[in-house]
Structures are given as C-alpha cells and as structure tokens.
Design a protein around this ligand. Structure first.
Ligand SMILES: *[C@@H]1O[C@H](CO)[C@@H](O)[C@H](O)[C@H]1NC(C)=O
Length: 246
C-alpha cells in the first residue's frame, strides 16, 4: 500500500531540465512555468510514508475541505491553502472542453511526428517525443494514472493543447477536485500527490513526521533521467541528442 502512494509521483528538477540542450523538450518544461504548474511539479521532494498512509486512512471531505487525523492531531486542507502552497492559478478554464477549437485543430498538426495531422484520440507512438513526454507527465502528476500505453485520452489531448498554447487553466480547481476524489470512498481515483501533501503536513504545528524517506531518484526528472529514458526508447539516435552522458 505505502509504496503505491508514490508509484505515480514525479518531481521535476526545473533547474536541470530547463538547461537541456534540446529546444523542443525545454519548451515543454517552459510551458509548465508559463501556465503556472512549476510550484506543484517542482515542489520539494520530501516524503513521510507513515504519516501519508495515516493521512489517507483517516481522510474524508467535510465542508469542501479535506480533513484527516495523524497521530491524533487533526489536519485540514482547504483548496485555498493547497493552491497557495504551490502557487496554483485560481483563474482560467475549469472545463477543458472550452479549450478553443482552433488551437485543438492546430495541436493535431504540431503534436504529430509525421506529416499527417493526428486524430484527437491519437496513438502515443505517432506523437513527437516532447509531446509524449508532456502527456506522460500530466497523466502521472495531475491525474495520477498511466494513460493507456498507446492512446491519449480526449481530456489528455485538451490539457496538452492548453498547456502548449499557454491557455490559462484553473489548476486549483482541477487538482483539488482530483485530490477530493482520492479521499472519496469507492472512488477509483488512485492516491497520489504524495510529496505535495507532505509539504503541507510539514507546516502543521505539533505534528511529528519523523525522518523523511528519500524520494526515489528514478522519480526525479532531471536531464540525466531524461537521457536514460530516451535511450531506453531508442530515441536518442533519431534525435541527435548531444552526447553528454556520464
Ligand atoms: C477557480 O476554481 C475555484 C473553485 O475550485 C473557484 O472558487 C474560482 O472562482 C475559480 N476561478 C475562476 C476565475 O473561475
């Protein structure tokens, strides 16, 4: 149970990835900065496994807030507190179906690895590597699930379009709704946001969290993990990536 709490987590080291030598990939990370996700995706990777497990065991929604108890101490997380901690935008689209159609149309062309425009239910393998990456990061960090191996969901495509074109999204609303789903009994939403919740727990007076566990380095996205990933996808050669390995 415990390790599943971080099985979809990713921490992005913006310092590292923004310095990569590949304009297309860097543009993806810059789009996170522009659309206001940097604080959430790059939040410090502290991780208190026991506290987090207890947090989820005892959590429920009350008056629109997430409440729980850890070692008998009550914990309350409101949307405002959550948004403020990660500087999440509270303005912009709350409904992704409102992403302008002309942008979606254009995205079908620019996401495509080939000359043909892709359909909105596109296959990942037909997508340029930077957009596959964008989709995978969004799936893991925001939706806390893997998108199916070969197809991107409709919602995923709209989200990727919005981020790519700098359309403002009410991240606070989107992310907090997913967090609420995580604590809703019977919901199929996987649990996640481990490092973000731990950041908030650290600020609760009187709560003893003990030693933080090391967040696995494989879940920290840096230039190095990135190159490893491209190597495993055999994309390095095609991409003519400058070889600063090792
Ligand atoms: C963003 O979403 C929150 C609710 O989650 C809402 O309170 C706020 O008004 C929304 N902002 C806009 C501009 O729609």
């Amino acid at each position: 149970m415990a390790s599943s709490l971080i099985s979809n987590s990713l921490h992005i080291s913006f310092e590292s990835v923004l310095g990569m030598d590949d304009a297309g990939l860097v543009a993806v990370f810059e789009s996170f900065v522009v659309t206001g996700l940097k604080g959430f995706l790059g939040c410090p990777s502290v991780y208190y496994e026991d506290a987090l497990t207890e947090f989820f065991e005892n959590s429920l929604i009350r008056d629109g807030m997430i409440v729980s108890t850890i070692q008998g101490i009550s914990v309350e997380i409101s949307e405002e507190v959550f948004a403020a901690a990660f500087e999440l935008l509270m303005e912009g689209l709350t409904d992704l179906s409102e992403v302008p159609k002309d942008l979606v149309f254009d995205a079908r062309r620019i996401f495509s690895e080939y000359k043909e425009k892709m359909s909105i239910s596109c296959k990942k393998k037909d997508m340029k590597i930077e957009f596959r990456l964008l989709g995978d990061i969004m799936a893991k960090t925001i939706y806390v699930k893997e998108w199916s191996f070969d197809a991107v969901t409709n919602e995923g495509f709209l989200l990727m379009t919005a981020i790519t074109y700098g359309v403002k999204i009410n991240w606070s609303s989107l992310v907090f709704d997913i967090l609420k789903d995580m604590v809703t009994p019977g919901s199929r939403q996987a649990k996640g946001y481990a490092i973000q919740i731990c950041v908030l727990l650290k600020n609760i007076p009187g709560l003893e969290l003990g030693e933080s566990r090391a967040f696995p380095s494989s879940r920290i996205l840096t230039e190095k993990t990135f190159i490893d990933m491209l190597l495993s996808m055999k994309k390095l050669v095609e991409r003519k990536w400058p070889m600063h390995l090792g």
